[in-house]
Design a protein. Structure first.
Ligand SMILES: Cc1ncc(COP(=O)(O)O)c(C=O)c1O
Length: 346
């Protein structure tokens, strides 16, 4: 007997970004924040009494819900804590999709969506992404679950919140807005969760808050949706250490803003310098840029960077074969990247 379900046998799993073992590399390939988390996070972890570790964690992560509600001006009951933003995506696919209930999204986007659809055995309705037309197409499809990544990965662009509101109003299914990168953007869609009972906003602590290593994300929606998603999540999907760390991080908004500003400044500098060197670079609302290599094959440039211990991301996917995705690093890391690219492209 085959051990795995047919879909598992046939599907390809998600490919995480490469994590090099050596420390002395310039790592600009997985959209991590180049700066450390707030010192309050380390303090919060250090101050955890061992007794707290002996017991199961808060089932709904209430300490984090209270902290996030204070900071974001919403109510704790409108927040679902998750084991990274990816856990919220898994929960949503499990809650809203099955063989008769498809998911719809525009490509290119976050490569985990098709993997989760395959795991769930639901049909994937993929439309071609273009900033204007794809929302109309998604509205006409009106799938049980529509996912919009905003700002989008890997294209870095941002769909206006008004356009998302218009989409939410047309859909009879759920609209999941993946805001993993929104800390680096000019606007966000939290306010839509007041006005629309079908909107879920995803947030991640991995990017703006420099906490990719602890795995914490959360969803924001009206109570009726949060209560339903609570039934689907693992009983203890967030642990005591990460609840304490994430709560301390979100309370330190001054530190978040300082780091975001540094990254946004470097994003502008890197974009301008690359354009001067002849690369095509779209405007970005994220902590990375997507650049088209005009004079050379993108995979060759990627390989030449690896030889110099500089890691960026290359996707051998339709529409992305001629591009590189580059995470914004520290000024020093970005200088090393620019110097290497000058050598490579001449
Ligand atoms: C678009 C997008 N959504 C969600 C996530 C999930 O982030 P995490 O699980 O680290 O919170 C990522 C991670 O890279 C992402 O790129």
């Amino acid at each position: 007997m085959a051990y795995f379900r047919d879909t598992i046998e046939q599907m390809a799993g998600y490919t995480p970004g490469f994590q090099p073992k050596q420390a002395d590399v310039v790592k600009l390939n997985t959209n991590e924040n180049p700066y450390p988390p707030s010192s309050r996070v380390v303090e919060a972890i250090r101050n955890l009494p061992p007794e707290k570790l002996r017991k199961y964690p808060e089932a709904a992560g209430d300490s984090f819900r209270n902290a996030a509600a204070d900071v974001l001006g919403i109510r704790p009951e409108n927040i679902l804590c998750t084991n990274g933003g990816d856990d919220l995506l898994t929960i949503c696919f499990r809650a809203f999709c099955d063989a008769g209930r498809p998911v719809a999204y525009a490509q290119p986007t976050y490569s985990l969506y098709p993997v989760l659809a395959n795991l769930q055995g639901c049909e994937r309705i993929e439309v071609k992404r273009d900033p204007k037309g794809s929302l109309d197409k998604l509205a006409r499809i009106d799938a049980p679950l529509t996912v919009i990544c905003n700002p989008n990965a890997p294209t870095c662009d941002f769909i206006s919140v008004d356009a998302l509101a218009a989409l939410a109003a047309k859909l009879t299914g759920v609209l999941l807005i993946d805001e993993a990168y929104v800390d680096f953007a000019d606007d966000n869609a939290i306010r839509l969760t007041n006005d629309y009972n079908n909107v879920i906003v995803l947030r991640s602590m991995s990017k703006g808050y420099s906490l990719a290593g602890i795995r914490f994300g959360f969803g924001i929606a009206q109570k009726m949706l949060i209560d339903g998603l609570m039934k689907v999540k693992d009983s203890y999907n967030v642990d005591t250490v990460s609840i304490a760390a994430a709560a301390a991080a979100i309370r330190d908004q001054a530190y978040l803003k300082e780091n975001v500003q540094k990254i946004v400044n470097e994003r502008t500098r890197l974009t301008e310098q690359l354009r001067t060197m002849g690369f095509e670079v779209g405007d970005s609302q994220t902590n990375f840029i997507l650049t088209r290599c005009v004079t050379q094959n993108a995979k060759d440039v990627f390989d030449a960077l690896v030889q110099r211990n500089i890691y960026v991301r290359y996707f051998a996917l339709p529409g992305l074969e001629d591009k590189l995705r580059i995470t914004i690093g520290t000024p020093q890391q970005n200088d090393l990247l620019l110097d290497a690219l000058k050598e490579i492209v001449g």
